[in-house]
Design a protein around this ligand. Sequence first.
Ligand code: NFK
Length: 287
Amino acid sequence: MASGTLCKIFCGITYIENSNNPFHTLDLYLPLQSNYHNDTNKELATTNPPSLLVWIHGGAWRSGDKKDHTLTAENLSKLGNIAVAVINYRLNPRTFTPDGIKHPAHINDVASALKFLCKKGEAFNYNSEKIYLAGHSAGAFMTGQLVFCPEYIDDDDVYARICGVIGMEGIYDIPRLLATWPTYIDFVEAAFGKDEKIYKDASPQYHSLKKFNNEHVKKRIPPPYLIIYSYEDELIDFEQSRSYQQHVCEEGGVYVEIETSLLGKHDAILETEALHKRIIEFISKFK
Ligand SMILES: N[C@@H](CC(=O)c1ccccc1NC=O)C(=O)O
């Protein structure tokens, strides 16, 4: 362990068996309190392992990396005494490329990482029954897809482990995003292709869990939700978060908070102590 680190870090864990794609990897931060990997403390290890926060970075589906979130992950792990997994997923080329990586590759990778993490609680000593999802920008969009689109989490047992979701500076509604910011068509096309129908189909804002309450998928209601939006965000408007909050409530979300008092630009807010504290405060309610 590097001196000065606050937690034990496992870097570059592959979450898809036999893949050697560096995008199919995640970094895992374990709080020191749960760092019982040596035999002397093994007994303590199994008594009260920490819950797990899964962090999904943003970057318009075409940029960003788990390494950009090292400080945030370390800080969250220490502050909240929780395990934090920062995941990578495949990114598409910067401009539309007919046969390049595109939707649903990103969200399929994120779902694979989540399923992998559900199985690895014992190996790494975190509580895989208590999982929180946090997503920024396009990452917030993907947390919404996990919650509202059962095709990505088809296993009710996995869904039931999601104890809370945090969306930060999120995109939730692509048609509305394009109406407000027409120039974003370049990254939307690159990520989702040129068929506009897909923009709506992919957006969590337009998905209802009610119609999936059938014999295949049991009744699902959204987990507790914290939606964070800073008025200093220069890239995404508040309406995305506001109407998504309404959607989560209408879908039967029993606990939905919206936080608009934190400040910081679209990316800069992620490294603020105030944001970290707010996330831990939310998680602590459901521990
Ligand atoms: N540096 C980023 C910018 C970006 O990520 C972004 C720009 C506008 C609106 C949302 C964005 N990111 C959301 O995940 C890029 O590669 O496009």
